[in-house]
Design a protein around this ligand. Structure first.
Ligand SMILES: Nc1nc2c(c(=O)[nH]1)N[C@H]1C(S)=C(S)[C@@H](COP(=O)(O)OP(=O)(O)OC[C@H]3O[C@@H](n4cnc5c(N)ncnc54)[C@H](O)[C@@H]3O)O[C@H]1N2
Ligand code: MOO
Length: 402
């Protein structure tokens, strides 16, 4: 029996030998959810100039030297009024009214909030005076140029998923296009004569195809472009036809038809074309196949996942997602209740992280329990060699609630 690590390595090697690094340049505004293919540096200082953190008055801190509890205050004449968007000016003497985000004038080194010398929203006019009553520290209420990031600094590193904050930071830096990983096209094929398209009447003995939708969704979230098709038949001719009809793709993922039955359409069709089928020491997700075939004239890697819907998704999590999107966040948490596991296999149980940071199992170990999986936010990893864990013992937990 193959170990999980051995099968992960075999899948990695298969994909590495067929995929070139694929990068494309996309507009920042269209890059939501994409993953950076290279570090991106900021071409400008963030912020680009010293500016005010408050509506108030730009001053020289030294003009407040000696002020304190006992002193009477010091009068400063207003020599200017600076709004956000104004050019950088010179503070000749005295103080200048300044708004939040406006450039600090040269010569000033601090800002006094308007409410510290008067009433909010009421500014002294040019030529009038304000009275400083306390000592002011140099730099008070000033946002220095480059204090978020200096020009040339790395804004985002390769591998970062682009969400709202990341896209905002790119926009703030004036970066209009970004290098992102290209999305591999993945052909998802569900197989089995018992399957029916959701929405069709369910004839006796049939079940709805869950895997086309679940695997496509998983691939899409991991950064791929999923193209799903159903081969609702155990006839190898039908699977061959579906493969021949497919356009070029970077990967084929099948589900079902790989175990030890009399009608194993995937195994029967693809083993003669050179794919290998093996038993991996994992539950669920035991029967697995992999190799390469020609699709639309191109050598194309193929991964064959077992058909049970939990097995198909767990196979994706263990063997494909790490290559498409990277590892899931891993925690170590105490179990809320005890569990049993087959000692010779790595077991993956579905779980939920509780408010007090334990993990409770959701449903049993069987691989048909997809509704239980749908109530889970974590996968509990029980390694080979463990047959029992008590409540309170710590386990490795993968968060899957993205
Ligand atoms: N004698 C043995 N029987 C089985 C073994 C074994 O080692 N010896 N392994 C079991 C394990 S473990 C699994 S997992 C399954 C894998 O079977 P297949 O990959 O060949 O898948 P099927 O037989 O086609 O389907 C299994 C199960 O899942 C349902 N299914 C399949 N496709 C879908 C889909 N797209 N949506 C929803 N449900 C699906 C199917 O109806 C079956 O109930 O084999 C065990 N048997
Ligand atoms: O190994 Mo099969 O994948 O559940 O139950």
């Amino acid at each position: 029996m193959t170990t999980v690590a051995e099968h992960q390595a075999a899948v990695r090697a298969l994909i590495a030998s067929h995929w070139r690094p694929m990068t494309e340049q996309v507009p920042t505004g269209a890059a939501l959810g994409r993953v950076l293919a290279a570090d991106v540096t900021s071409p400008i200082d963030l912020p680009p100039f010293d500016n005010s953190q408050m509506d108030g008055y730009a001053v020289r801190a030294a003009d407040s030297d000696g002020l304190g509890e006992a002193s009477t205050g010091r009068s400063l004449r207003i020599t200017g009024h600076i709004a956000a968007g104004d050019p950088i000016r010179q503070l000749e003497d005295g103080a200048a009214a300044i708004m939040t985000g406006a450039p600090l004038p040269l010569g000033a080194d601090a800002v006094v909030p308007v409410e510290a010398v008067g009433r909010p929203g009421e500014f002294a006019a040019v030529g009038d005076a304000i009275e400083l009553r306390a000592q002011i520290e140099p730099g008070a209420f000033v946002r220095p140029r480059g204090s978020d990031l200096a020009a040339g600094g790395v804004l985002l590193t390769a591998g970062t998923a682009l969400g709202p904050a990341q896209l905002g930071a790119l926009a703030a830096s004036g970066v209009t296009t970004v290098p992102v990983r290209a999305r591999p096209r993945v052909l998802v094929i569900s197989t089995g004569a018992e399957l029916a398209e959701p929405g069709e009447p369910l004839r006796p003995g049939a079940i709805y195809d869950a895997n086309a939708v679940s695997l496509s969704a998983a691939i899409t979230l991991a950064g791929g472009v999923a193209l799903a098709t159903g081969v609702y038949s155990d006839d190898p001719g039908h699977l061959r036809m579906a493969l021949e009809a497919a356009g070029p793709v970077e990967l084929v993922v099948t589900s079902g038809g790989v175990s030890a039955g009399a009608h194993e359409v995937v195994r029967d069709t693809l083993a003669p074309l050179g794919l290998t089928f093996d038993s991996v020491a994992v539950q669920p997700g035991g029967p697995q196949g992999l190799g390469a075939i020609t699709v639309s004239g191109f050598p194309t890697p193929v991964l064959c996942f077992p058909g049970n819907p939990v097995s198909a998704l767990v196979s994706f999590e263990l063997f494909l997602r790490p290559l498409l999107r990277g590892p899931r966040p891993v925690l170590r948490l105490p179990l809320a209740a005890s569990l049993d596991s087959p000692v010779a296999k790595h077991q993956v149980r579905r779980g939920r992280i509780t408010a007090d940071q334990t993990v409770e199992l959701v449903g049993g170990p069987s691989s048909h329990l997809l509704a239980a999986y749908a109530r889970s936010d974590a996968l509990v990893q029980v390694p080979v060699g463990v047959d029992h864990l008590d409540a309170g013992e710590s386990v490795e937990v993968w968060r899957i609630d993205e």
